[in-house]
Design a protein around this ligand. Structure first.
Ligand SMILES: *Cc1c(COP(=O)(O)O)cnc(C)c1O
Length: 426
């Protein structure tokens, strides 16, 4: 076939868009050249249903090695005893855990979606809310921190089989020890979804949920800076017999139930090219330079939060412990919606997403907040001083969100600035 100029032109334009803009979407990052090469390799040609050493197809001896390297590296990175590196995405990893530990109609508990929880933690339009019953805990109105007293009270009353921690828009540390105590008190399984802060946890900058949770899930493409995908991990509980018996009457181990839930439960063949790219990214995350990167992500988030506070903005929970900031526009611009703010900033090549804030009085389509994150801009080499400049530009746009002249002058400045930052500086 001839060169597919239709698609490669589109890819070229997306590359330019990424190069010229300031990327502040908290769930995005830029992968290294090696991660990209592994993803674009001939491993995509291979079917490998099953697990290393136990496949349903011949010719898997080489991809088995790649998958084993990925498993060994991710276990080393987080101190895990068990890893499944096959989930195609974070939501898929969660789906597999739900399937392994619950039956349709069973009840679980997760963070209120309007308070930072993820779709796969019980949204009525997601499998988690369609197949299972959800009960929820909130953040408190005054501190915007997770309300552990409410979590305990709801757990006692509702007796969920599974308690889910982790969020998509929550910038504070979690009390995993308290959550495990609550789970144990009602005989529930504790699952922590560390999709967002995984990279900071790997670098030792936040508590490691593997030490407390029965099961941990994550994406690999957010702060962990790998290819788009999911993982499931376990620490000491991996060998625990589950209350489900085999045909021979033996209790099944958690690890065996999770493996069966991923394949054949919710997926077919694994993406071995992506698994190889995960292995590359995990190898990168084991290097001292990744720890330096993660420290800079956190330092940049703190510098950005401070600059916003100095300009009179309100931040949900008052600041951040991780890579993410939830800006509550009701503080400085009560009339401005997240939807309008997002559109104005995107027009200035500063990419953010609108987000509900806790106790928002607007809908999920309008919102009163925007979510900002530093993982991607930090990969490009940004340090603290740039955070002040970025906040200055954000403030200029938000003060005049409908003024084309203001927006285009900020956009020119953004493009000039980003020409000096390579896509991957670390
Ligand atoms: C991003 C995210 C996911 C889902 O990841 P996908 O790869 O998009 O399916 C799951 N849980 C949380 C908490 C997330 O933030």
């Amino acid at each position: 076939m001839e060169h597919d100029s239709v698609i490669f032109d589109i890819i070229g334009r997306e590359h330019e868009r990424q190069q010229r803009g300031i990327e502040l979407i908290a769930s995005e990052n830029f992968v290294s050249e090696q991660v990209m090469q592994a993803m674009g390799s001939c491993l995509t040609n291979k079917y490998a249903e099953g697990y290393p050493g136990h496949r349903y197809y011949g010719g898997c001896q080489v991809v088995d090695e790649a998958e084993n390297v990925a498993i060994e590296r991710i276990c080393r990175l987080f101190g895990a005893e068990y890893a499944n590196v096959q989930p195609h995405s974070g939501a898929q990893a969660n789906m597999a855990v739900f399937m392994a530990v619950m039956k349709p109609g069973d009840k679980f508990m997760g963070l209120n979606l309007a308070h930072g929880g993820h779709l796969s933690h019980g949204s009525p339009v997601n499998f988690s809310g369609l197949v299972y019953k959800q009960c929820e805990y909130n953040v408190t109105r005054d501190t915007n921190l997770v309300d552990y007293d409410m979590m305990e009270e709801v757990a006692q009353r509702e007796r969920p089989k599974l308690i889910v921690g982790g969020a998509s828009a929550y910038s504070r540390e979690w009390d995993y020890a308290r959550m495990r105590a609550i789970a144990d008190s009602v005989g529930a399984i504790l699952m922590i979804d560390m999709a967002h802060p995984a990279g900071l946890i790997a670098a030792g900058l936040l508590n490691n949920p593997l030490r407390y949770a029965h099961i941990v899930t994550s994406t690999t493409h957010k702060t962990l800076r790998g290819p788009r995908g999911g993982i499931i991990l376990m620490g000491k509980d991996f060998d625990n017999p589950w209350g489900i018996t085999t045909k021979k009457g033996e209790l099944r181990k958690m690890s065996s139930l999770l493996n069966s839930a991923v394949f054949p439960g919710v997926q077919g063949g694994p993406l071995e090219h992506v698994i190889a790219a995960k292995a590359v990214a995990f190898g990168e995350a084991l290097q001292p330079s990744f720890t330096e990167y993660a420290k800079q992500v956190k330092a940049n988030a703190q510098a950005m939060a401070q600059a916003l506070l100095d300009k009179g903005y309100k931040i949900a929970s008052g600041g951040t412990d991780n890579h993410c900031i939830l800006l509550d526009l009701r503080g400085k611009y009560p009339e401005l919606t997240g939807k309008v703010a997002e559109a104005a900033l995107v027009a200035a090549d500063i990419t953010v997403n609108k987000n509900m804030v806790p106790f928002d009085d607007r809908s999920a389509f309008q919102t009163s907040g925007i979510r900002l994150g530093t993982p991607a801009i930090t990969t490009r080499g940004a340090k603290e001083p740039l955070m002040g400049e970025i906040v200055e530009m954000i403030d200029t746009v938000l003060a005049h969100p409908e003024d084309e002249r203001v927006i285009s002058s900020v956009r020119e400045k953004v493009n000039r600035l980003m020409a000096g930052y390579p896509m991957f500086a670390w």
